[in-house]
Design a protein around this ligand. Structure first.
Ligand code: TZP
Ligand code: MG
Length: 229
């Protein structure tokens, strides 16, 4: 079934490591975040076995499906197929976009990480539904982040996409985004040609003591950005 229009405005990327999740329950945190208004979820888990990953994906999918929030799987096309979720997010070192599309079909949501202008242009030309642009700010959440692009780097990539007639691709940015800087990120990356469609966060929600309140607060910030100059 074709995906209804996807709302990228507040994208939660999960992290089950104790440093971020603490002793909270992943499914309950996602449930709370969905109640708080997140619009998209990515299951990002680099350590669980395949069987466990599929079980986790199915449990999360029950929660997200009830709220019409799409669930994507990081890296693992096989897990996305096995758990029948809405799509995947792939990095530059994962399966290539075209093969992922062939396996998942035309209706899946496929996002691609873009650290550079060249990667963004290529993924957009290939037909990715959205780009995860970053890393915006340095973050302890992801080891080995490539270059920190800053808001100026994100803005440059957005303008370049528009200039190359690739303005249709959706874009979110990721890396160190929280309630303190979310509006600034949206404001400083905006241009006359192309704005971000949303922000993606890990620790700002996953590490919060009250993930529902954290999501609700962020939702308010991204829903009413300051007027663009
Ligand atoms: N990709 C680039 S930075 C990052 C990912 C998955 C982690 C972002 O985590 P946080 O806690 O929102 O800074
Ligand atoms: Mg990856």
């Amino acid at each position: 079934m074709p995906q209804p229009k996807v709302d990228y405005s507040l994208y939660l990327v999960t992290d089950s490591t104790p440093a971020i999740l603490g002793n909270k329950d992943l499914v309950k945190v996602v449930e709370a975040a969905v109640a708080g208004g997140i619009t998209l979820v990515q299951l990002r888990d680099k350590t669980s076995d395949t069987g466990d990953l599929i079980r986790i994906a199915k449990a999360l999918h029950e929660v997200t499906r009830a709220a019409n929030v799409p669930l994507l799987i990081n890296d693992r096309i096989d897990v996305a197929l096995a758990s029948d979720v809405e799509g995947v997010h792939i990095g530059q070192d994962d399966m290539d976009y075209k093969t992922a599309r062939k396996l998942l079909g035309p209706d899946a949501i496929i996002g691609v990480t873009a650290n550079t202008e060249a990667e963004a242009l290529q993924a957009a030309r290939d037909g990715a539904d959205y780009l995860g642009v970053g890393t915006v700010f340095s973050t302890a959440t992801k080891a080995n982040t490539k270059s920190i692009v800053g808001t100026a780097g994100v803005q440059h990539i957005l303008s370049s996409l528009a200039l190359q007639d690739l303005g249709h691709v959706k874009t979110v940015c990721i890396g160190g985004i929280n309630a303190k800087n979310a509006q600034r990120v949206l404001y400083q990356t905006a241009s006359s040609t192309k704005n971000l469609d949303g922000i993606a966060v890990v620790s700002a929600i996953m590490a919060a003591s009250d993930p529902s309140a954290a999501a609700k607060h962020l939702k308010g910030l991204v829903s009413s950005p300051p007027p663009f100059a």
